[in-house]
Ligand binder design. Structure first.
Ligand SMILES: Cc1ncc(COP(=O)(O)O)c(C=O)c1O
Length: 341
């Protein structure tokens, strides 16, 4: 990686100094392990209050958060309907299939978002003993394509799930960015949802995600599933301290607002550069753009970012809590120079 700010992923950023401080503050003497400590209790209280949730379970990464969240909702012969482009389907090495043994029923989408009609297209075979039975609808908020479900779209999906007897699971690895974009509360994003994850890592934590449980009847089994899935950290206080830092004075929101603002600045700067087009609406901290392969290769010599779709020459540029205006402007200068060479 070059010394310049990476536009590869919000995962490339370090941890927020306030998170590191909270970890250091928690590093005082002994404490009970496995979540039986004051930091975990405080984080749980703050998370359940913010979401209006029944419980929360801390884990160490987003894949585990998805697998654990879904495991609370499924029987062995049931299936998850999700977007073809979902992290769950593409980027988790088949964890749900391997660890839980449940089938994923994928749906192609234009923008990473499921709709009731798109879900309906995968419902053939319900009641047929030869087919895995759809039971969970899984969406990501923000989606893997940087788009957000509006509150109305969320309501439509949750009404649909209720009417059909499905559970709704939300992969919220970037839920903070969605709340920042929509200008809503975390509880608004959880309304009508059964289980969701709330990502800390992409928002300035270093290894902290929360599984937020919105249904009373699955609360009791949660800790057992987490332990069996090897996500019960013995020194949980250090995971929890990251969340107490994020929740304090809404650091999570300030960081997400900043990251989104930097992506908006990048998108606005691109608008008047010829030969580049924005691929999806910029509704979070990601900008997807199409440009010629020669320009992509030229830029990648100096800057770090991913080609999202090689066939269609789509790149993904992501910002983080610590991306500065100068970082964005320097990158825009480089894009302009490359494209107009
Ligand atoms: C939509 C989404 N979900 C979940 C994750 C978390 O994955 P990991 O297991 O790498 O923490 C990511 C990370 O890139 C993501 O983009």
């Amino acid at each position: 990686m070059t010394g310049r700010k990476s536009f590869g992923s919000d995962n490339h950023a370090g941890a927020h100094p306030e998170v590191i401080r909270a970890i250091a503050d928690a590093n005082t003497g002994d404490s009970h392990p496995y979540g039986d400590d004051e930091w975990t209790q405080r984080a749980a209280a703050e998370l359940t209050a913010a979401f209006g949730a029944c419980d929360s379970l801390l884990v160490l990464n987003g894949t585990a958060a998805n697998v654990l969240g879904i495991s609370l909702l499924l029987r062995p012969y049931e299936a998850v309907v999700c977007a073809e482009s979902s992290h769950l389907n593409v980027d988790e090495c088949g964890a749900t299939e391997r660890i839980l043994g449940n089938k994923l029923l994928t749906v192609s989408t234009p923008d990473g978002k499921l709709t009731p009609d798109l879900v309906r297209s995968r419902l053939t075979g319900r009641g047929d003993v030869h087919r895995a039975q759809p039971r969970v609808v899984q969406i990501a908020q923000v989606t893997e394509l940087g788009t957000c479900y509006s509150l109305d779209e969320l309501r439509q999906l949750s009404d649909f799930c209720k009417a059909e007897g499905f559970y709704l699971h939300v992969d919220g690895a970037r839920l903070a960015n969605a709340a920042a974009y929509l200008g809503c509360e975390l509880a608004d994003l959880a309304a009508g949802v059964d289980v969701l994850s709330f990502g800390g890592t992409k928002n300035g934590a270093m290894a902290a995600e929360a599984v937020v449980v919105m249904r009373d009847e699955i609360v009791a089994s949660g800790p057992f599933h987490r332990k069996q899935q090897m996500q019960l950290a013995s020194k949980m206080r250090f995971t929890a301290a990251q969340f107490t830092a994020l929740m304090e004075d809404k650091l999570w929101l300030r960081s997400a607002q900043h990251a989104n603002l930097m992506a908006a600045r990048l998108a606005a700067g691109i608008a008047d550069i010829p030969g580049i087009s924005i691929r999806y609406p910029v509704q979070s901290n990601a900008v997807f753009a199409t440009l010629r392969p020669a320009h992509i290769a030229d830029l990648q010599r100096e800057w770090t970012f991913y080609v999202w779709d090689e066939g269609e020459n789509v790149v993904r540029w992501m910002t983080a809590f610590d991306t500065t205006e100068d970082d964005v402007d320097a990158f825009l200068d480089a894009i302009r120079a490359s494209v107009t060479k």
